[in-house]
Write a protein that binds this ligand. Sequence first.
Ligand SMILES: *Cc1c(COP(=O)(O)O)cnc(C)c1O
Length: 460
Amino acid sequence: MKSTKSKSWAEPYRMKMVELLKMTTRQDRIKAIKNAGYNTFLLNSDDVYIDLLTDSGTNAMSDRQWSAFMLGDEAYAGSKSFYKMEAAIQKFYGYKYVIPTHQGRGAENILSKILIKKGDVVPGNMYFTTTRLHQELAGGMFTDIIIDEAHDPLNEFPFKGNVDLNKLDKIVKKYGAKKIPYVSIATNVNMAGGQPISMKNLKELYKYTRKHKIRIIHDMTRVAENAYFIQQREKGYEKATIREIVKEICSYTDGATMSAKKDALVNIGGFMATNEWDVYEEARNMVVVYEGLHTYGGLAGRDMEAIAVGIEESLDDNHQHARVGQVEYLGNKMIDYGIPIVKPIGGHGIFVDAKAFLPHLTQDQFPAQTLAAEIYIDSGVRTMERGIVSAGRKANGENYYPKLELVRFTIPRRVYTQAHMDVIAESAAAVFDRRKSIKGLQMIYEPKYLRFFQAKFKKL
Ligand SMILES: *Cc1c(COP(=O)(O)O)cnc(C)c1O
């Protein structure tokens, strides 16, 4: 539906059911975060007031989605719920063939195994953790071809998800097009802070890849949020609907992987899509091994019903206006308080620059980890670290020292209110006011893999 052009981002829905939250005292929270080793991943969600750990699978479903749940066809084979989901994907995204999977990484696993051979190179607009890992496990090597602006938190370029075609051309010349099974394109790039790719850039990329006979595979986890930014920022798209823009984006790609836990407003689910019969046939064989039969792929019939409805709801202009509007409201409030954040404000969350927030801490004292713990103590708001802890160690055992040391405030869709956003910003401001007295952390337990999930710390 086209936006009714109201200036306010006010929500196009009202509440029919609420989930009660436990309110805690500062003393409760000091105890809880200490027990959690100052790692917000190790908190019990029951001790959290406003949970901004992720926007993945944490969305609120609508009354229509819950009613669709009751229509779920739980047949092992040929479930009519699958055909509804398939029809929604074909109608709104335009892809021909669909394979359901339990979530995004299930689709990444199958697609990477089919398309990537050992020694292949996969260029992409910034890596994503699971996407890159599956490309590597299949024998490929990821190379970053995003524009340089994406790596600079202060650069306000409106399309920081764009591809640098010169970087791509160098890779094609170096390895040859035959070694490149596809270019991996994420819409509203997560790791860059929820930053969009422009239609112009995507069209140019499409022209280039057609010429060299290379596919484009679309990580479409946040395609609707990307479409919203194109509508707001790109010349020629002011009057287009999100539906139209999403369909056009997909038309410049050859296949896709999707985590429906984000844009598509469900708690679990995903799929792989392709326009190539051969790839589809292979995927249909493979999904049976890793996920389940090709008409359920690890999902219950009711999940596929909810995805079909969620896809349509996610493409409503008023919904996206409210979704991104809420994130922008929070970001602007933080900017007003003088809190250093990544700009432009992204689609799914606010990324606070912990190095600028706590300049007296060295990176070895874990500024982002420290800040996430302090914000939790202040208000019960749970955020997550995206800095040196997340970056982990190199093969030789040395720490990576990433340029970006961020705390991510990720906003679930349709879950929290404007007053919640005020609480979050006020809490960040309260911690900002006493930032000089904040001491860093020391790591006392370090797991071998993906240490950010389970590492423990103590106060210096
Ligand atoms: C979440 C996500 C994935 C992986 O999806 P899961 O459903 O978590 O397996 C892939 N790409 C991007 C950009 C994501 O945000």
